[in-house]
Design a protein around this ligand. Structure first.
Ligand code: KG4
Ligand code: ZN
Length: 337
């Protein structure tokens, strides 16, 4: 079985081919970051139009580079949600139509399931059950994972997602969009003892997250400071330390609550080095294991969608002829495999 995977939920066009024998055959990504940078965030209509321009050439490129023929493809997986509806519709329409043309099944993939299963593309993949910390531009989720499609959401963000908080804080410090990686790079130069930011919602029980207050805290600290490069780096450091600390506290709590001993970190913020280090320390102190995808598969990509689709198609799941685009969609609504 060879599955073509298509990702177009936000500002990245991703395409990949995953094979039952051979694993990941080829993948390619086109990022729209430059297109949206001058607006300081993703402009949905521009995103949709750019997916239209880039998707088919990217599919051709991936098939060519894999060395297989179109006729060898036995299924198509596309991101059906959550995400921007116009952007989703491009991948969904293209994926469903190609599947129809080729006479193969199509499967609608949940974007966060893609992130959650991405570590399975690596050597020594995690085994079920595990706890997943999904941290992206749109989500902050703690999920108890019993198997593919068998998810219980233990914690969610009550306001800004963690990636969004990184991006907004970066922006107020004058860093360009998307600011997460730039803020993390700046934080390395910051003095950890200069400022201490709160660790939101850690002083009460529960596993939910709230990061919008931290962004305001950063804004006020920046306004009251001398606004030098040193201050900027110190604030970046204080912000990152607070976010990472908060996530470590919540993960420790969730592990205690569930008795799980494997932790998966996925989603764009999962590329954050400090977060990986701290969660690695937590898991080794507890005698457990931490697994994450390589950094390029932390952020949006087609490989994770091809893989998630492969797992569902292999289990006999697929859609009818309808084109599915579901902008808001809970992981808990998925069918178990
Ligand atoms: O998963 P993703 O590519 O897209 C969504 O599904 O949202 O995540 C993108 C988010 C952005 O907010 C970006 O700033 C953040 O991940 N990000 C980071 C890092 N790399 C990407 N945040 C903190 N540190 C990083 N190294
Ligand atoms: Zn994502």
């Amino acid at each position: 079985m060879i599955v073509l995977g298509i990702e177009s939920s936000c500002d990245e066009t991703g395409v990949a081919l995953y094979a039952a024998e051979g694993g990941l055959l080829a993948h390619a990504l086109y990022s729209q970051v430059e297109l949206h940078a001058r607006f300081g965030g993703v402009v949905p209509e521009l995103a949709s139009r750019d997916h239209v321009r880039k998707l088919l050439p990217l599919i051709d490129q991936v098939i060519d580079s894999s060395g297989i023929n179109k006729a060898d493809i036995s299924g198509v997986a596309y991101t059906a949600g959550p995400g921007l509806v116009g952007a989703l519709l491009v991948g969904a329409t293209t994926g469903r139509s190609l599947a129809w043309t080729w006479g193969v099944p199509a499967v609608a993939v949940h974007h966060m399931e893609g992130h959650l299963l991405a570590p399975m593309l690596e050597a020594d993949p995690p085994e079920f059950p595990f706890l997943a910390l999904l941290v992206s531009g749109g989500h902050t989720l703690l999920v108890s994972v019993a198997g593919v499609g068998d998810y219980q959401v233990l914690g969610d963000s009550v306001d800004d997602a963690v990636g969004e908080a990184f991006d907004k804080t970066a922006s107020l410090l004058g860093l360009s969009y998307p600011g997460g990686p730039a803020l993390a790079a700046l934080a390395v130069k910051g003095d950890p003892a200069r400022y201490r930011f709160p660790r939101p919602m850690t002083d009460r029980p529960g596993l939910d997250f709230s990061f919008s207050g931290l962004k305001t805290f950063a804004l006020n600290t920046w306004r009251d400071s001398a606004q030098t490069d040193t201050e900027r780096a110190d604030i970046a450091r204080a912000f990152e330390d607070a976010v990472v600390d908060t996530m470590v506290i919540k993960c420790r709590r969730a592990l205690q609550q569930t008795g799980l001993s494997t932790l998966v970190i996925a989603g764009g913020v999962g590329a954050n080095v400090r977060l990986r280090e701290r969660l690695g320390e937590l898991m080794s102190a507890q005698g457990g294991r931490v697994c994450y995808p390589r950094p390029e598969f932390c952020t949006d990509n087609g490989a994770m969608i091809a893989y998630a689709g492969y797992r569902r198609l292999q289990a006999g799941q697929h859609e009818g002829l309808s084109i599915k685009a579901i902008p808001r969609w809970s992981l808990e609504d998925l069918q178990a495999v």
